[in-house]
Design a binder for this molecule. Sequence first.
Ligand code: SAH
Ligand code: SF4
Length: 348
Amino acid sequence: MSGSDIEKIVEELTSGANVQYATWHYLLTSLTATQKDFLRNEAVRVAKKHFGNGIYIRGLIEISSYCKNNCYYCGLRCSNSHAKRYRLSHEDILRCCHNGAESGFNTFVLQGGEDPVQNDEWIADIVEKIKKEFPDKAVTLSVGERSDDAYTAFRNAGADRYLLRHETRDEEHYATLHPQTMSAQNRRRCLFKLKELGFQTGSGMMIGSPGQTTEHLIADLQFLEELHPQMIGIGPFIPSTDTPFQNNAAGSVDNTILIVSLLRLRFPKALIPATTALSTLSEQGSERAILAGANVIMPNLSPIGVREKYSIYNNKKINGSESAQQLQLLQDKLNAIGYHINYARGDY
Ligand code: SAH
Ligand code: SF4
């Protein structure tokens, strides 16, 4: 393939039309290092065109490590008797929001396992309380698969955004990663409903999850083309002790970075975070993701005492932001690669 061929591929990626199967396949399997560099530079050019040199920050509040689900890859799965469990109260969460607001955050992301105590009503209540105290700030939920009625109640309470990765589009692959009580189909139902309700919706997948093939990844990319989510979160799979996949290899950082650049080119305006999983596996993970087109970072606003307990995978990197000093460190890190924090809400 010549230099002009890769330019043609970029044209196809950025045309707005669905990318051909053969192109996705080529991009995932056959690129040279030079071509990958070219794509990364193009992705950065596109990101800067839409977002300048600013990186949005979202304050992540990990509200519960209890989960009724049993996803085979996750350290919080209900069968993991070694998992350390905690749940935050409404008051705890509001305190995190206050700290975050003082540091300048304009988005709070409430993420947790599907905790039966933090039921639909409980979630709607805390959203309402946050919106009452901080009417101008965006509230993002990431609390799993719920009923249509629950999503409607969350929206009515004022929630703006929802993160729910589809994890893998392929039904059979999905069934090897989850028990039979969960299905790829229900995951998709939730995602389309969230979009229909007007949530800015985030989806995505783990890269290098056990058994994942190139064909599975292409199905994931094609699903994203169908859903067209406003946010796309991807991160490498990381083994988690005391789970069925504890001895599996982690996903590839390089592949994750490549796919970030492909996503930026295919979805120019999407909000794409430099994920914690990436910084967990690679010291320069956030910087590398930004230099491939990512435009969001999600520092941790959870109470310090619970952060280690929210152990989805091993050695989770904790990018705290409990103090102005910590945010200054992030600002310095971004400055070093020619970027800065954008404190705005950053809606799609
Ligand atoms: N319970 C919610 C939110 C918490 S899990 C949900 O499942 O949507 C958030 C994300 O962590 C999941 O979507 C999954 O993609 C990711 N995750 C779980 N286990 C992981 C692992 N072992 N390695 C990398 N990412 C993982
Ligand atoms: Fe629960 Fe989410 Fe972990 Fe699955 S990935 S076990 S739903 S916290």
